[in-house]
Design a protein around this ligand. Sequence first.
Ligand SMILES: C[S@@+](CC[C@H](N)C(=O)[O-])C[C@H]1O[C@@H](n2cnc3c(N)ncnc32)[C@H](O)[C@@H]1O
Length: 212
Amino acid sequence: MKQDSVNIFDQNWEKYDQWYECHPEVYHSELQTLEKSLPDRGLGLEIGVGTGRFAAPFSVPLGLDPSLNMLRMAQSRNIKVVQGRGENLPFQKETFHFISIVITICFVQDPLKLLEQAHETLQQSGELIVAMINKESSWGKFYRQKASRSQFYHAAHFYSVSQILEMFPKAHLEFKTAWQTLCHSPPHIHEVEPPQKGYTKGGFVVLKAVKK
Ligand SMILES: C[S@@+](CC[C@H](N)C(=O)[O-])C[C@H]1O[C@@H](n2cnc3c(N)ncnc32)[C@H](O)[C@@H]1O
């Protein structure tokens, strides 16, 4: 079983959040790519909201995370927060118009269970947006090499996009679109990289699926 990442994020939440200040080109490339898929209205939830780095700019109203310290920061960014795990969502069935999961699937214990829970709490035809580091990209390889020295990534289990796409039908989700960025090799990126369609080249990939 993979190491539980929650304590790591809970103890190092400031360092995690600060990383985005130091890497604005990566952050804005990721934001632009997420924007291609994220609905701009409706009742939305981010599972693994962390400090709200990705929920706040898009006004995603509600975030769930097991780490209290991460949630405190998200709350200060005007997000309503709930403590909990994505594998056991404390919401009624068919509540949300959309659910986002941003750079979190590699940190949860059971990603299929997470997708099944997301399916259950989505309304009919609701949208699930999964933003992930693609294990098979040059960024995925870079992070895996760094994992033994990285406070955060040594608790991660990276997936290829194909592995996540295989989980979608098992969770009764139908794949719709994919957008990607960070198609150039890491670690240095000097300007914001606009999103491209597809998922075969990008280090950061955003998949959209709908509830069947
Ligand atoms: C890399 S951070 C991503 C945070 C935020 N989505 C972002 O992109 O800035 C991963 C987050 O996943 C959370 N996490 C770990 N296990 C989880 C689980 N089982 N369910 C929900 N969130 C989890 C961690 O506490 C952490 O806040």
